[in-house]
Design a protein around this ligand. Structure first.
Ligand code: GLY
Length: 424
C-alpha cells in the first residue's frame, strides 16, 4: 500500500519512522516533511493544509491511506475532504475535531455527560468574565477557546491578571482562536498525557507520557510546544488507567457518538491527577509532539494495521505490542525559541549521536541542503533513547545530545526529573 503522512514535525518523523518498518507499506510519502523524514519517506512539497493539492497528489500517486499528523488540517476538515474523495484517512472529522478546536465545546460536553472535569465559564463579554473571576477562588486558568498554537493559556493569580488575560483574548489577541474565552478552576496535582485509538465505538488504550512544557530547567520560563517527554509515566498505574478509561475516555467516545460526532483517530487526553482522582484538562485530537516520539520508540508491532483499524471501525480486532523499555526524548531547539530565533544554522554530529541502536533522532524544523542539515524551525530535533528505566533512557539520550555539534541550539537538562525523583 502507498501511504501518505501529512505534517512536518517531530511527531510526523516518528510516525514515518514507524510506518517505514511496516511490511504492508510499499511506498511512503510525506507532505511536506523535513530533513530527517527525507531519510525514510519521499517528501512532497505540498502544504499539509492544502486539501485540494493533497487530494490531487493522492490521485496521481495512487495513495491508499493518509495519516494526518497536526491539528490544523483536522480541524479544517482534511479527513472529511479525503474521505469524500474516496481516499481512506486516519484522523477525526472536523465535527469530531471540535474536542480540540473549542475548549468550551469540550467543557460543555464533559458537564452534560458527567465526565470529571473542572468548574468553568464560557464568556464572550468582559461582564461575563468579571462575574466569574470575582466569584471564584484564585488562581484561575484563562484559555482562548480555539486553537492558539499552544500560546492561548495563562494563569491569573489575581483577579486583575485573570481579567486582563480574558480582555486580551476577547479583543482578538489570538486572532485564529476567535473571541471567546474559557475561564476555569486551577487544579493541583500531577499532569499526565494519555493516548487511545478510537474507531467511533471501540477504544484501544495506547499508553501514557509526560511532557515538559516550560522552556527552562525546573519548569521555568514561558511555555513551548514541549521540550521533552518520556513514556510510560510512572504515575499511571493499571488501576488509574482503568479509572481514566471508565470515567473519562469511554464516556467521551459514547458522548461524541450520541451527539452525532463519532470520533475516529487518536484521542490525546491532557489529565490532572488530583487528590480527588483524574480530571480532564483538555483533549487533543492527534498524537502529542514530543509524546509521539516516545510512544513510537516503545511500539513493538506494525503501526499501520492499528491506524487502519481506527479508520475502518475494527479496533476490537487488533492489539498493540509494546517494548518493556521506557523511552525519553530531549528536544533541541533554536536559541531564542519560543520567541524569535535564527534560521539556517548547520547541525553536525548527527550520525555519531545515533550510533547506539537504542537512540533515534527525530527531526522537526530541519531542512536538508546538499549534504548538510540546517535548522529551520523553533523545535529542531528530538533525541530519543530507550532503556530499562526512565533514568537509563535519560542517560543515553543526554550522551547522544552531547555528541551533536550545533552551537545555535539549546535544550533542557532535566527531562525526566519527575519520574526519576519519584519515590516508589
Ligand atoms: N506536547 C503537547 C502537545 O502536543 O500538545
Amino acid at each position: 500500500m502507498k501511504v501518505l503522512v501529512l505534517g512536518s514535525g517531530g511527531r510526523e518523523h516518528a510516525l514515518c519512522w514507524a510506518l517505514a518498518k511496516s511490511s504492508a507499506v510499499d511506498e511512503l510519502l510525506c507532505a511536506p516533511g523535513n530533513g530527517g523524514i527525507a531519510e525514510v519517506a519521499e517528501c512532497v512539497d505540498i502544504s499539509a493544509d492544502d486539501a485540494l493539492a493533497v487530494i490531487e497528489m493522492c490521485r496521481t500517486r495512487h495513495i491508499g491511506f493518509v495519516v494526518v499528523g497536526p491539528e490544523a488540517p483536522l480541524v479544517a476538515g482534511m479527513v472529511d475532504a479525503l474521505e469524500e474523495a474516496g481516499i481512506p484517512a486516519f484522523g477525526p472529522s472536523a465535527k469530531a475535531a471540535m474536542l480540540e478546536a473549542s475548549k468550551g465545546f469540550t467543557r460543555d460536553l464533559c458537564a452534560s455527560h458527567h465526565i470529571p472535569s473542572v468548574g468553568y465559564v464560557r464568556a464572550t463579554t468582559m461582564a461575563e468574565a468579571r462575574a466569574y473571576t470575582s466569584a471564584n477562588t484564585l488562581p484561575l486558568v484563562v484559555k482562548a477557546d480555539g486553537l492558539a498554537a499552544g500560546k492561548g493559556v495563562s494563569i491569573g493569580s489575581t483577579e486583575d491578571e485573570a481579567n486582563s488575560a480574558a480582555e486580551f483574548i476577547l479583543s482578538g489577541g489570538f486572532p485564529e482562536a476567535g473571541t471567546s474565552v474559557v475561564i476555569e478552576q486551577f487544579l493541583e496535582g500531577e499532569e499526565v498525557s494519555f493516548f487511545a485509538l478510537v474507531d467511533g465505538k471501540h477504544v484501544l488504550p495506547l499508553g501514557s507520557a509526560q511532557d515538559h512544557k516550560a522552556v527552562g530547567d525546573g519548569d521555568t520560563g514561558p511555555n513551548t510546544g514541549g521540550m521533552g517527554a518520556y513514556s510510560p509515566a510512572p504515575v499511571m498505574t493499571d488501576a488509574l488507567e482503568a479509572q481514566i478509561m471508565d470515567t473519562i475516555i469511554r464516556p467521551t467516545v459514547a458522548a461524541m457518538e450520541a451527539e452525532g460526532r463519532p470520533f475516529k483517530g487518536v484521542l490525546f487526553a491532557g489529565l490532572m491527577i488530583t487528590r480527588q482522582g483524574p480530571k480532564l484538562l483538555e483533549y487533543n485530537v492527534r498524537f502529542g509532539d514530543p509524546e509521539c516520539q516516545v510512544l513510537m520508540a516503545r511500539l513493538d508491532c506494525d503501526l499501520l494495521p492499528l491506524l487502519k483499524a481506527a479508520r475502518d471501525g475494527t479496533l476490537d480486532q487488533v492489539r498493540p505490542k509494546w517494548r518493556d523499555d521506557a523511552a525519553l526524548c530531549v528536544v533541541m531547539a533554536a536559541k531564542g525559541y519560543p520567541g524569535a530565533y535564527e534560521k539556517g544554522s548547520v547541525i553536525n554530529g548527527l550520525e555519531a549521536a545515533q550510533e547506539d541502536p537504542d537512540v533515534t533522532i527525530f527531526h522537526a524544523g530541519t531542512t536538508r541542503a546538499s549534504d548538510q542539515i540546517q535548522a529551520t524551525g523553533g523545535r529542531v530535533l528530538g533525541v530519543t533513547a530507550t532503556g530499562a528505566s526512565v533514568g537509563d533512557a535519560q542517560s543515553l539520550a543526554y550522551r547522544a545530545v552531547e555528541k551533536i555539534d550545533w552551537p545555535n541550539g539549546f535544550y533542557r537538562r532535566d527531562i525526566g526529573w519527575r519520574a526519576i525523583d519519584r519515590k516508589p
